[in-house]
Design a protein around this ligand. Structure first.
Ligand code: DMJ
Length: 461
């Protein structure tokens, strides 16, 4: 039972002064609130275990589960990466699921081998597999995880051998052949946390230097007029192939990694590039009015507004604002995102915040809004965010839970179900929900930097 409501706490009052507009009521604090958090954490753990067991029953040895049809889905055939186990492993460790973690560790150590004639997407494999292997190593101390990560890192290094230093999108793990010169800021700029950690752990600086050079090359090509970047760029020529700027998919985690690069490695140049980029974003992409704070799209060269769409991927930005020290802005943007969620009962992939209509109506079980809730909870200890998290959990159970796990929605307005449980649901969505409710001793937020797939990297070097 959720305890009785109490008056707003001081941190929230401070946020209100900054313009935040909370619409959820705060639950009680004290012993009963702690009990309630324990109960919610236990619920998340039960849901994770249920989803994992169904993956094991119907899709073991494959990348992902299609939970409605009860069939497996593979990124490559046969799978190279065992995407769900590798992505979910550190969540099991954090939840104390010892049997599941032991079984997964054995599977990964016995089966993973990267000497494959397979062309893989550098960004996805870095954030899910390299990130997962590095945290598996840091959680277990098992040197074979680091050896696998090192092998994978070496096999992906040829991706950086473009004339600009910005990586190609795809690399063949056996031959080093690269393809995909038309790339984007997210795929170019979301590599340094994982490769950089590998550099520190192996003492091979090349793993840091190459993604850092890519970040510099990308930042140098921002518009001199606005400071914004576009959404696609050719890594051979360095020319922008789309001038559309926004904070969503294709650009999103570039901003995130600039800020986190300074947090994890103490790299002040990354921090400077990150803060400059966020200032440009706030100057040209923010729409701040009576309908709340939103971030839309603009032409990178002129700053002219080209669309007023936000969406589920954009929900990471409050978390980045928290790390950058702007908690007031984070709280206001989170409130907008929460309004988008509650309008439909589950958020849509994209949403026109002027017309208040869903544009792309699907929901991919994405974690970003939960991730920002966890960061805001950590920054404010405002119980409003616990209540927000409870709402997300209830809605996920009501709308996305099926007999054999959790599924994406095709349409949040009708709640029509799709048939996929992406690996990030276990790696991120349920992990952030669990950490929101679990005792803070479960993971010391200040000692870790989450990669964009929610793998918590620690500065152990
Ligand atoms: C994840 O793979 C990562 O969070 C990535 O940064 C964005 N897309 C998905 C989750 O939505």
């Amino acid at each position: 039972m959720i305890p009785s409501r109490i008056a707003l706490t001081l941190p929230l009052a401070a946020l209100l002064a900054l313009g935040a507009r909370p619409q959820v009521t705060a639950p009680a604090t004290g012993r009963s609130a702690l009990d309630e958090r324990d109960r919610l954490a236990a619920r998340v753990k039960v849901e994770f275990t249920m989803a994992w067991r169904h993956y094991q029953a119907r899709a073991a040895g494959h990348d992902e589960l299609n939970p409605v049809s009860g069939t497996p889905h593979d990124w490559t055939s046969p799978t190279v990466f065992y995407m769900t186990p590798i992505d979910a492993f550190d969540t099991m460790c954090l939840m104390g699921l010892k049997d599941e973690a032991a079984e997964t560790e054995t599977l990964l150590l016995n089966r993973l081998s990267f000497d494959r004639n397979a062309s893989v997407q550098v960004f996805e494999i870095t954030i899910r597999v390299l990130g997962g292997l590095l945290t598996a190593y840091q959680f277990t101390g098992e040197p074979r995880f680091l050896a696998l990560a090192t092998d994978l890192g070496h096999r992906m290094l040829p991706a950086f051998d473009s004339p600009t230093g910005m990586p190609y999108r795809f690399v063949n793990l056996r031959t080093g052949t690269t393809t995909g010169a038309d790339s984007n800021p997210a795929e170019i700029g979301t590599l340094i946390l994982e490769f950089g950690t590998l550099a520190k752990l192996t003492k091979e600086p090349v793993f840091y230097d190459k993604p850092k050079r890519a970040l510099r090359a990308l930042f140098a090509r921002r518009s001199p007029a606005t400071g914004l970047v576009g959404e696609s760029i050719n890594v051979d020529t360095g020319a922008w192939t789309s001038p559309t700027s926004h904070i969503g998919g294709g650009i999103d985690s570039y901003y995130e990694y600039l800020i986190k690069c300074e947090r994890l490695f103490g790299d002040a140049e990354c921090g400077r590039m990150g803060r400059e980029s966020l200032a440009a974003v706030n100057a040209h992409l923010a729409d701040d009015g009576p309908a709340g704070l939103w971030y839309g799209e603009a032409d990178m060269n002129t700053g002219r507004r080209t669309a007023t769409v936000y969406g589920s991927l954009q929900g990471y930005l409050p978390a980045v604002f928290v790390l950058a020290g702007d908690v007031g802005r984070a709280a206001r943007l989170q409130q907008s995102g929460f309004g988008m969620w509650t309008q439909f009962g589950v958020e849509p992939e994209t949403y026109n915040y002027q017309t208040k209509q869903a544009v792309e109506k699907g929901y991919q079980l994405r974690p970003e809004i939960v991730e920002s809730t966890y960061y805001l909870w950590h920054a404010t200890h405002d119980p409003t965010y616990l209540e927000m998290g409870r709402r997300f959990l209830d809605d996920l159970v009501a709308c996305c839970r099926v007999d054999a796990g959790y599924t994406v929605l095709e349409d949040v307005t009708t709640k029509t179900k799709g048939d996929r449980m992406p690996s990030f649901f276990l790696a991120e969505t349920l992990k952030y929900l669990y950490l929101l409710f679990a005792p803070e001793t479960t993971l010391d937020f200040d000692q870790v930097t989450f990669n964009t797939e929610a793998h918590p990297l620690r500065r152990t070097w």
